[in-house]
Design a protein around this ligand. Sequence first.
Ligand code: FAD
Length: 324
Amino acid sequence: MSILVFAENWDGKFKKSTYEAISYGTEIAKQTNSTVTALVIGNVSDDDMKSLGKYGAQKVLSIKNDKLKSMNPSAYASAIQQAAQKESAKVVILSYTYSGRSVAGRVAIKLKAGLIAGASALPSSTSPFTVRKKCFSGKGLTDVVVSSDIKVIGLTPNSYQVNTKEGAASVENYAPTFTDSDFNSTSKETKKTSGKIALTEAEIVVSAGRGLKGPENWGMVEQLAELLGAATACSKPVADVGWRPHHEHVGQTGITIGPNLYIAIGISGAIQHLAGVSSSKVIVVINSDKEAPFFKAATYGICGDAFQVVPKLIEEVKKLKSAH
Ligand code: FAD
């Protein structure tokens, strides 16, 4: 028996969430006495594929097929299903990223498997197979019991640590077969988001909301983010009115993130916003209203005017950086 991990890459480079998924799969493999095979679709170098051994993969199945150059959920799901069957995989793991979400349900249907969508922890038991995930917009936790023979797990990014060890994976070329229906839809164009650091990968996120009054005031947010090596994010209304691009919107209807540090500037902390950021390890809230609900979720709170506090923070970060 093996565990199959879909090792997502962007332009030939693995994402941090891929290493998390393989580390996670490796721990389940220990619990179930099985091995880990990673499935790579796209032009990733042999060295990078072998390096997945450092995270616990014994073997990599490499699919290089021009028809799969851009993300196609149906065809990717078919490739993952065929790889899972070839490896007799009983557990299939995907990072629950945008791509992973578009594929995980299809894979589960094809394999007649139960799906744990957005797992946030290792299985607490493998018999019955029980995995914890968040529910009610992050307000609650639920233990999902899957009784099907095969299990598909969508692992929430940033919810499991990356573990490394010595080792290199063997690489095997793999060419699954596709039918016309696997290509019922195709992507015409893929555009990279403008931010320098991908929001879902970021260790630090600087985010702002309606308290900033207008798009012309985002300069200080971007400057603080750049100094900290952070990605920028925003609340929903800010994206809705076009102050910021939609791909920065975090929350229940936006992206879910779990960085080490989340700095929220001029955001009230509505439950729908918290749903997307409550997994952050440390939350710093800057808000002029001491009654703002976000302070209840904050690790550190600064009650003050963002237009005074943020420039001071920027100065302090600059001083700290120049001292080192
Ligand atoms: P506001 O609520 O207007 O808050 C602005 C904050 O800025 C206030 O707390 C104010 O005290 C503070 N402020 C004002 N001036 C200053 C200053 N000078 N310095 C410092 N602080 C200042 N929202 C999301 O963000 N993400 C979602 O995914 C999302 N999904 C939703 C889904 C549904 C179905 C619904 C109904 C709502 C959803 N919302 C979502 C909207 C959510 O309910 C809130 O309306 C929204 O998060 C508020 O955005 P905000 O905090 O930027 O603005």
